[in-house]
Ligand binder design. Structure first.
Ligand code: AMP
Ligand code: ZN
Ligand code: FE
Ligand code: FE
Length: 278
């Protein structure tokens, strides 16, 4: 039996409602899912209700962009409910910083002769947090670029002219806040980090010492060999090998709920072990 612990809904930069994601997961026969919208928990109640109706396990969570050794790292945090709490109380500041960044991206684009309004981007995003994929969608719809990839390559990616950084927690802060919130922090898609393979386990040990609960091993962009290798490193470190599709609906059309690019299968032991170590 399988689960999917990395999913984005329209409350951040996915296109589907939480209910539609739960339905897709249940239809596929998954036994549990986690919703991990960027910096926001507003989709959690809807997803929890839908999961209860469909009889699958559900965990509320979020995906944070954090800094680690001068690098950008993505951190998934599981077992979060909306409301107040040590971690929840920081999400408001992260959202505000996002908002200011989005205004700045809009004016940088204008300075580059690319006329899109922030209202158009907000309209694209709906009621959730606005992210760069929404800018990419508007740039495409208005004919400024031919693809999402071109939008990032020309304008939005780090180092490109409309890139604007935003406030980040450090990896250590995120892990500590997660622990204080009775939640579990997990490193997402570690292949995006610059890390020599011999450093891989040792580099994470200091994070494990302060409470890191897992690393995402089951991820579409990894070969089966890499998934096994990361799972073995997790076993060595005494933490959980997690995984998920990173589904974003139409914003990343190559990824499906549960199966990612096709061959993903996250064992449901991943979810059970997260519950155990919580
Ligand atoms: P933001 O949270 O606004 O910084 O945007 C992050 C989102 O942009 C995540 O869903 C990323 O997967 C996506 N993203 C980042 N870089 C790229 C890229 N080069 N091409 C496509 N999507 C990207
Ligand atoms: Zn995203
Ligand atoms: Fe990510
Ligand atoms: Fe993600």
């Amino acid at each position: 039996m399988a689960v999917d612990l990395h999913l984005h809904s329209r409350f951040s930069d996915g296109s589907d409602s939480p209910t539609a994601i739960v339905d897709a997961a249940a239809d596929l026969g998954l036994t549990g899912i986690a919703l991990t919208d960027h910096d926001i928990l507003d989709g959690v109640p809807e997803a929890a209700a839908a999961a209860k109706r469909r009889g699958i396990l559900f965990v509320g969570g979020t995906e944070l962009s954090v800094s680690w050794r001068d690098q950008s790292m993505h951190m998934l945090v599981y077992f979060l409910e909306p409301g107040s709490g040590p971690l929840q109380d920081r999400l408001g500041a992260l959202q505000e910083s996002r908002h200011n960044r989005n205004i700045e991206i809009t004016s940088r684009l204008a300075g580059l002769g690319v006329e899109i309004t922030f209202a158009e981007v907000q309209q694209e995003a709906g009621s959730g947090v606005v992210g760069r994929p929404h800018f990419a969608a508007v740039l495409m719809a208005k004919g400024h670029v031919a693809s999402v990839a071109e939008a990032f390559d020309r304008y939005l990616a780090a180092g490109r002219p409309a890139y604007v950084p935003r406030m980040r927690l450090t990896a250590e802060e995120a892990i500590r806040l997660a622990r204080e919130t009775d939640a579990v922090a997990v490193i997402a898609h570690p292949h995006t980090l610059q890390l020599r393979s011999e450093e891989f386990a040792g580099g994470f040990r200091e994070l494990v010492d302060i409470g890191l609960g897992g690393i995402e091993a089951h991820y579409s962009e990894y070969t089966p060999e890499m998934r096994n290798r990361i799972a073995a490193i997790c076993a060595d470190l005494g933490i959980v090998a997690t995984g998920g599709s990173d589904y974003h609906g139409t914003y990343k059309p190559s990824l499906a709920v549960g199966t990612g690019t096709g061959d993903l299968r996250v064992p449901d032991e991943a979810l059970h072990r997260l519950e155990e170590i919580r």
